[in-house]
Design a binder for this molecule. Sequence first.
Ligand code: NDP
Ligand code: PYC
Length: 338
Amino acid sequence: MAEPQTVPVDVLEDRVRKIFEKSGVRPESAAAVAHVIVAGERDNCKSHGIYRIEGCLRVLAAGKVEPDAVPEIFDQGKSVIEVDAKGGFSNPAFFAAKDTLVKRAHETGIAALVIRDCLHFSALWHDVETLAEDGLAALSMCPSYAFVAPAGGTKPLLGTNPFAFGWPRVDGHPYVFDFATSVAARGEIELHRRAGTPIPEGWAIDKDGNPTTDPDAALEGAMLTFGAHKGSAISTMIELLSGAMLGEFMSKEALDFMGRTDLLPRHGALVLALDPQTFAARSGRDPLAEGEKILTAIGAQGARLPSQRRFQARDKAMVNGIALTDSELAQLDRFEAQ
Ligand code: NDP
Ligand code: PYC
């Protein structure tokens, strides 16, 4: 097999941005989407890296995302800030409202960003990491498509509903975790299908409710939540907080609205930002120093922190470039030629 070739991060980001611009996406949105996709590839998060370009272009071709949507912010100076993505991608909407969210969280201790009607394809770590770099603890969640059976059920109802958390650290990268509330992200199963490899046991059931390791049967059947009833409850919470509570689609409605499982979902998203200094102020203790105690104690046991693998991949990619296979490079060439 040919050795992967490496592409500098900024070169890849430029190529991806131009692919989106050529597909009619307004330049600011193309830049935001390219930035997040290439950040995923850079950090070796393949399920939300350049593999997602194809899916985004499919939604654009189907006319189910607004390429020239300009996000509109509704801010009444209170703790809840809203940004309407107007059927465009979620990333430009987040970037448009991020500074307001950060400012409000530092002013009041806690602020929430409601993102309305966005096409959502991306991993959530990017947003919480950015907020943690601004000294904030952050939580982010959204529904997706009804692909996942609730614990004890056999039919898809819940989304793969990602949940991410960021915490600022005294030195270095923030503490960040980000996971699907299904055992694995849908993108992971799709990558196994493409590679012709079985999925691990426990990820999914077939359409008759039997356990399966066949990616095609899994995609036709239902995915399973992580941690059985516990993941099922967290996933349900995400449906309630970032779907029902916002008056935006829950995962079943998102799927019904799009009508096709090969199109990425449109729904809302919720991002919470909390200022640890405000919360700890009357205690006289430094919340970040306190946080370091548990984070370093975890490392002292030889356990790795979430995102450690990602940050290591990033460091490597920033020096050596991003390694891409011949078929990934050929696909980029095809997108550029379209
Ligand atoms: P993973 O199971 O790969 O990783 C989940 C988290 O656990 C990561 O923060 C990861 O850090 C960390 N982790 C993994 N292994 C260990 C370990 N041994 N010790 C400590 N921490 C560990 O993620 P998923 O497959 O569940 O999700 C992948 C992505 O899919 C997420 O970014 C999510 O946002 C995205 N997604 C998006 C959806 C959407 O609708 N937009 C829907 C569903 C998922 P590290 O990265 O360093 O390995
Ligand atoms: O990987 O489950 C997933 C997913 C759904 C939407 C974006 N990613």
